[in-house]
Write a protein that binds this ligand. Sequence first.
Ligand code: C2E
Ligand code: MG
Ligand code: MG
Length: 718
Amino acid sequence: MTLHDIAASLPNAAGAIALVSSEQCAETSAPKAAGIHGRVLLVDDEPVTRQIISRRLHDDRFDVVTAENGRQALSALSEYDIDLVLMDISMPVMDGFTTLRLMRQMYDRSVLPIIMMTSAKGNEQVLRCFDNGANDYISKPVDFSVMKARIESQFVLRDTQFALRESEQRYALASQGTRDGIWDWNIVTGATYLSPRWLEMVGASETHALGTGLSWLDLVFHEDRARVKSDLESHLCGESEHFETELRMPNQDGGFRWMLCRGLAIRDEDGIATRIAGSLTDITEGKVADALTRLPNRTLFHDRVARCVELYKRNSARKFAVLYMDVDDFKLINDSLGHGVGDQFLIKFSERLESSLRQCDAVIARLGGDEFGVLLENVRNVDEALTVAHRLQEKIRIPFMVADRELLSRASIGVVAVSPECSSVDEIIRRADTAMYNAKKFSESHISVFDNRMLAESSTRFELNAEMKQAIRRDELSLNYQPIIDATSMKTAGFEALVRWHHPIHGNVPPAQFIPIAESNGLIVEIGDWVLCQACQQAARWNAMSDSEMMISVNVSVRQLNVPGFADRVAEVVAQTGIKPRQLKLEVTESMLMQKPDEMIGLLSQLQEMGVTTSIDDFGTGYSSLAYLHQMPLNVLKIDRSFIVDLAESRKHQAIVRSIIALARSLELEVIAEGIETQSQAAYLQGLQCDYFQGFRFSRPVTPNQASMLVDKQWPGS
Ligand code: C2E
Ligand code: MG
Ligand code: MG
């Protein structure tokens, strides 16, 4: 059976139209160009991953052919002259393991090296890769320097096997050609072979007395040495499948090079290791560069700031400043449009920063997630740094085209300039970060210059995070209830439960401050469950005192929705408290629904079957996909407060509110307008046949006892 036969015998894959996707380079079908190391078949279903890796391989002078799944890969293999396959495991149509097995039926390991991209290191997946015939693996997210080294090693090994047949000399030449160093320790005789490249990488001369046992370990940075030894020992005594460890090799200028050291023992029939051989890969680039944007990462940024600090200490005229930036609402892009679009946005964003700062002496780094740092090496004072920050804001305001969409973005920026009282790297970066947090409190795209008063605030944030766990146990949380009024009868229709935290020192902490912290540390799941129980119990009390059935709206966070069995838990609470399922209304935001729309449709349907209703909160502030919204089994749409606040004056907001109500009607949803503060806002909304009102015009959120007084209240007409 040929590969063509295998490919042809497979069912036609839906969506797999192109054999070789658009990222392939133009010359793939042509003979390999001069100076090209080899042709790699890259198989991955994620378009962004394919794009990034192809680009990188291209830069490293490899030809690239890409395929979206195993089936396409098999066809590509029969059509192109492929030297190596780099393949993902989980893919639609045909996964990596099946494809690997089929490829191995045709080609031996020594003829076609296959490197698998695994999602987790050292686990079952890795073993399955080797069992199914992989030559090697790399972990995802891919570290490009490791990827390059592994691919080159495979090429060299293949060439070496060929060369070995010819002569030992050829082997030596081949191993010189690899970027990896090779080491080989005969445990029985004690002899150690270190390839010339190995010696070159660690800066050792050939005359260096490293040729016995493990004396090369003396070259490893002293802090890493014990760990390397223990990793090696655990492999030698059979506790680990592979020896793989990262280590630092000091270099002459006082810095380090990061190395990945790998090895595999050969054992006698009793399982005793007699020899171990492996490779040494320089992974410094991956350690200091961000894999997605290729900007310097936090480690390198830290080093560059440290260098500026040193220069400043020697000469106080050498001033510098640091900007700490955070993309406003990046989470929204990621949650609503998916991580692929989020990644592409970050790449575009970093390119924009680079082009905007081309004229300055600046180091731009990705510090993590959607945070970026800019080191301005030659600014004399804060004002100059501020000018740069404003310029950046302007450039960022220009819309970004990502995946055929126009995305508007803003960034909050914290600014700090070096000063005599703040001259440690950590302190400078911390201050810039603190100033950025301060900027976030204001409108979008705010710039804050660090001020000592901000330090108190950042320690509050830190404390709140640490103390949140006890807040429930110490009974510091409570619920307030804000009435929701039926716009036709002007009677109370129900309440929205809003959580409050009475902190023993900080007093009342607003939910806008602690809910995001709870979401990031995961405690929102526990808090949300507590809120659900309390709110349903309260509704049961109202049921006992009045014939009017109050609806109770409870806000839920995306992390709660993602907990398996969430719908069952809701059913349990409803049953325990004895309220009618239709009384409970769960409020979710647009971005939560759009994050995993298909799963959300399932979950919402489950809730709807139970009789529990759902409403979409803060509508108009996210990126909803109408196509999905249409399929979501929702009941209510809540117009965000930001559109109501200036309803009387803003024609634009009037138009938005009118279209939201029209949209709701066409989707057969009821409408709640929240944040109504004035009589004229209520009157305007009544004119548009809005179903429910909520806002300070009627009542602020109040305690349970105060809320009980509002249960049967007839409100004055608007
Ligand atoms: P939300 O769900 O949109 O709740 C409405 C917020 O708007 C409440 O703020 C409410 O006090 C405020 N509000 C209502 N009417 C007016 C008005 O006329 N004018 C003004 N200026 N504000 C008005 P609050 O209680 O500070 O809650 C803020 C947000 O915190 C909530 O927004 C919700 O997203 C979140 N939150 C509150 N409780 C919970 C909870 O139990 N779980 C979760 N996950 N989030 C919660
Ligand atoms: Mg709400
Ligand atoms: Mg809201």
